[in-house]
Design a protein around this ligand. Structure first.
Ligand SMILES: Nc1ncnc2c1ncn2[C@@H]1O[C@H](COP(=O)(O)OP(=O)(O)OP(=O)(O)O)[C@@H](O)[C@H]1O
Ligand SMILES: [Mg+2]
Ligand SMILES: [Zn+2]
Length: 535
């Protein structure tokens, strides 16, 4: 059976961990000096080595012959842990064991000393998922742990861990791993599995992985499955569904020349090739952001971390463009990107937006005053901060569209039905059934229940039920949006209320745009001579 690369290449000692040197040094020193503490909190974004580090640490504290703080990986304790045979290491997934009772069991459990090694190590993954009660129950043990117990709590979301808990732990923040380190690791691993990975392909994977080595290895896995033993940059582009830079650069050139029909032509072509308009828009924004970088930042070349050939062509492109023009396009496309989340006809929305951009000068004359500097300021900040927050490249879910808007491809028809819609039809029914829905969800899955209770049903338009999460609830929203979760809930709702409901999860305050958006689409179409019967 094929073992995923990220499992196969789990670091087995501290020196194999990439990019977390400060943490490695500190933990090794503790082991060398025999000064280990009883509780650790490992935080940091996904796939950066938290669980791996916890396991290495657990091996090291129990190793019979540690070498310079590292586990030897040969003694019977190391081998037992590596094979998963040791009873002295207990891994708990807090996401599925988040209740008070789970922690009660744990409290009983810690009374027993280790069977073979020196320490029993509890690794509690996703610790932020523990319920309040469970945290409270854990607190007791954390306060007076038996001498032979070590807790390693790991989480991607430290804000959700109560201070009472985190203040009793030594905290280590895992960093996103720099792209060049990911590249090195990818190249090493490829060599080991006899894959020819071109450096430019590795760089692209590394950029896409956003600092998560596990993600990088997963992408590499996909590439291997897709193209076998030689992986070139274009293969990666294909696997990731990223639009080839050529057509992006072409569009930007066309935009710069205000050539609307060429813009539409290229977008159509890409759409025919199976590209998703939302992804295409994000890719465009990504390139424009790079252009803005080149124009505004000292030493952009180093910061952008692009292959030479690509940097050259971007540099050329940026030299042809005015900085205000770049900002104007980013601003418009950012709005387009937002609108596309709710669009039933994404291709048209994107095309319209590009046409508008090409006609920009004329349209702007009708519209009121000149853009003021504060807008430029804001846009620039947004664009620049985008390099940190690379959400822009992440694929979005499609088909998140309320059904009653899905049908009509005649915009006028939609307009009429939108006006007639009774927004809250059935909502009362749903609200009063909500407690039943929750308890039914609870029976199916505790975790699902936990996710659901974090949100509040806030609206129903006859087909789409909106669940609102607090501003820090994006984790729950993401989980609830996974089809395997949302479908269960939708079925429960159907069972209990008889309503066919699609769930849509929103974050408080982020949802105002939707209706505004439909209104804007009509506005745009009213003013223009565009065929709207298109798929
Ligand atoms: N710093 C790293 N050095 C080497 N390999 C790493 C590192 N981080 C992640 N990996 C690779 O990714 C895999 C998963 O890493 P790990 O489970 O330790 O991440 P994590 O931080 O615990 O992620 P999550 O937050 O999703 O639990 C490892 O088996 C390894 O292949
Ligand atoms: Mg982990
Ligand atoms: Zn050992």
């Amino acid at each position: 059976m094929y073992t995923a690369l990220y499992r196969r290449f789990r670091p087995s000692d501290f020196d194999e961990v990439v990019g977390q040197e400060a943490i490695v040094t500190s933990l090794k020193n503790q082991i060398k000096n025999n000064m280990v503490s009883h509780a650790y909190l490992f935080t940091g974004s996904r796939g950066t080595g938290k669980t791996s580090m916890a396991k290495i640490f657990a091996k090291a504290v129990n190793c019979l012959e540690p070498i310079d703080g590292n586990p030897c990986n040969h003694c019977k304790n190391c081998l037992a842990i590596a094979n998963g045979d040791s009873t002295d290491i207990i891994e708990i997934d807090a996401a599925s064991n988040n209740g008070v009772n789970n922690i009660r069991e744990l409290r009983e459990d810690v009374k027993y000393p280790p069977s073979v090694g020196k320490y029993r190590v509890y690794i509690i993954d996703e610790v932020h998922m523990l319920s309040q009660g469970a945290f409270n129950a854990l607190l007791k043990t954390l306060e007076e742990p038996p001498a032979y117990i070590i807790f390693i709590l790991a989480t991607t979301d430290p804000q959700k861990v109560p201070v009472t808990i985190s203040s009793r732990c030594q905290r280590y923040d895992f960093k996103r791993i720099p792209a060049n380190r990911i590249v090195d690791r990818l190249m090493d691993i490829s060599k080991e599995v006899n894959i020819t990975l071109q450096p430019e392909a590795a760089l692209l994977i590394a950029r896409k992985a956003e600092g998560a080595l596990r993600d990088a290895l997963s992408i590499l896995d996909e590439c291997i499955a897709f193209c076998g033993s030689t992986i070139a940059r274009n293969d990666v582009l294909e696997v990731l569904g990223i639009t080839a830079e050529d057509s992006l650069a072409e569009i930007i050139k066309a935009l710069n020349e205000r050539d609307a029909s060429r813009c539409v032509g290229i977008v159509d072509q890409e759409y025919m090739n199976g590209k998703d308009p939302a992804q295409f828009t994000r890719d465009l924004i990504g390139i424009l952001r790079d252009l803005l970088f080149i124009k505004t930042v000292n030493g952009p070349k180093e910061m952008l971390d692009l292959p030479e050939s690509e940097y050259k062509s971007l540099n050329m492109l940026s030299s042809m463009m005015d900085i205000r023009e770049i900002i104007r396009i980013i601003d418009a496309l950012t709005e387009t990107e937002h609108s596309l989340r709710y669009a039933t006809q994404p291709l048209i929305v994107l095309e319209t937006s590009l046409i508008k951009l090409c006609l920009g000068a004329e349209l702007a004359e009708d519209a009121a005053p000149k853009e003021d500097n504060s807008i430029i300021q804001r846009t620039t900040e947004h664009a620049l901060s985008g390099t940190q927050n690379k959400d822009i490249n992440r694929p979005v879910k499609k088909d998140k569209v309320p059904e009653n808007r899905d049908k009509g491809n005649d915009i006028k028809g939609q307009k009429a039905s939108l006006a007639k819609a009774e927004p809250d039809r059935g909502f009362d029914k749903l609200k009063s059934a909500w407690p039943n829905i929750l308890s039914s969800a609870k029976q199916k899955s505790m975790v699902l229940f936990a996710y659901l209770t974090e949100g509040t049903p806030v609206g129903f338009d006859g087909s789409t039920l909106k669940i609102s999460y607090k501003s820090d609830g994006s984790f729950f929203r993401e989980e609830m949006e996974k089809p395997e979760n949302s479908e269960i809930v939708e079925n429960i709702i159907k069972e209990i209320t008889g309503l066919n409901v699609k769930m849509e999860c929103i974050i408080e305050g982020e949802n105002e745009k939707e209706d505004e958006f439909m209104a804007r689409v009509f506005e745009v179409f009213d003013g223009m001579d565009i065929k709207i019967m298109k798929e």
